[in-house]
Design a binder for this molecule. Structure first.
Ligand code: TRP
Length: 334
């Protein structure tokens, strides 16, 4: 039997992925190469739903792809590609847009949050239809599992609803996908504001650990991370959210369960613990940073890897889209 299919997308909206992206998504992508037929997509079409600059987007798309390869995605095992290279994404999105209710799209909390943040005047229609494009990404590849953060659950629900609606109206066409939410790292938070998610759009630079950042600044940020009163290293989400976050990070990076870390650091101060966290972060980030730099040094070679990914992705997307065109009643090209 064929392996189940996994698909995920990651936005090229920053000059580096951060620790939250790495633990919540990228590391999971790498793990899921084992046992899954994996498709991973740099979603540049999603990145243009907010204001952007063309040259910056182009650079960030390459940087995003390079980091994915550098983190361990193997182009012989996974299909790594850029969304805009596969025209079927926008084509299917249109069909799905026409099946979506205004109220249904308007209920998406991420849309409500983002449009509130940017203000009505600068909220584009693209932001409104963003989740429907995401549904197209997923359904084109008949994905069974979609590794995403907990904040994407609602978009996955919409994807399933749209798949079911199309299947019901036009005949079985799409596989119903399930979210795959990574446990334990849902809450990597801002180092300066440990109650807020680590996020490029809301954290200050001091609160974010970037995968491509140099060791010096990384260490400094960890040593300066907001901790809590007291001096004990215990996992207490409510009273010690800063230490809880660092424990979560250390545990995820070293594979040591949190209770074991608590025991190890009993009686030691925050300083020793933070130094170890910094070391674990650097050990993980350094090889990825170095490989990313190498990949970016030869843009032509990187672009060829992405072109090969696009060929593989297109083959699957074209097959689905052909069915969709036929079932939805479009005339064949004679
Ligand atoms: N919306 C997702 C996020 O912000 C990114 C994304 C776009 C995605 N298309 C996707 C995730 C398809 C999973 C599958 O994280």
């Amino acid at each position: 039997m064929a392996s189940p299919r996994v698909l995920s997308g990651i936005q090229p909206t920053a000059d580096s992925f951060h620790l939250g992206n790495y633990l919540g998504a990228v590391r999971q992508y790498v793990a899921m190469q084992e046992g899954y037929d994996a498709f991973y997509c740099v979603v540049d079409l999603h990145a243009i739903t907010v204001e952007y600059q063309a040259e910056v987007l182009r650079r960030r798309s390459r940087v995003a792809a390079a980091q994915l390869f550098a983190a361990g995605l193997d182009p012989d095992r996974s299909t790594v590609f850029v969304q805009s290279h596969v025209r079927e994404h926008t084509e299917l999105a249109w069909v799905l847009i026409c099946l979506t209710g205004m109220g249904e799209a308007g209920r998406m909390t991420q849309f409500k949050d983002k449009s509130a943040r940017y203000g009505e005047g600068s909220t584009g229609v693209g932001l409104f239809t963003y989740p429907i494009l995401q549904a197209a990404d997923i359904l084109l590849y008949q994905a069974n599992k979609v590794p995403v953060g907990a904040d994407q659950k609602q978009h996955l629900e919409l994807t399933r609803d749209l798949a079911q609606r199309f299947n019901h109206r036009f005949g079985e066409t799409f596989t119903l996908p399930e979210p795959y939410i990574v446990k334990g790292v849902e809450k990597i938070t801002d180092l300066q504001d440990p109650l807020a998610k680590m996020s490029k759009s809301s954290s200050s630079p001091a609160g974010i650990l970037d995968l491509l950042e140099q060791p010096g600044p990384l260490r400094k940020k960890i040593m300066r991370a907001v901790t809590d009163t007291g001096s004990e290293i215990v996992f207490d989400e409510e009273n010690k959210p800063g230490i809880a976050n660092l424990l979560r990070i250390q545990s995820a990076l070293t594979g040591t369960p949190i209770p074991e870390l608590e025991a190890r650091y009993a009686g030691q101060g925050y300083g020793t613990f933070k130094k170890d966290v910094a070391e674990a972060v650097e050990e993980t980030f350094a090889p990825i940073r170095e490989r990313t730099e190498k990949l970016l040094a030869d843009e032509a070679a990187l672009d060829r890897m992405l072109a090969a990914g696009a060929v593989k992705a297109r083959a699957v997307a074209a097959e689905t889209m052909e069915k969709v065109r036929d079932r939805a009643g479009f005339l064949p090209v004679a």
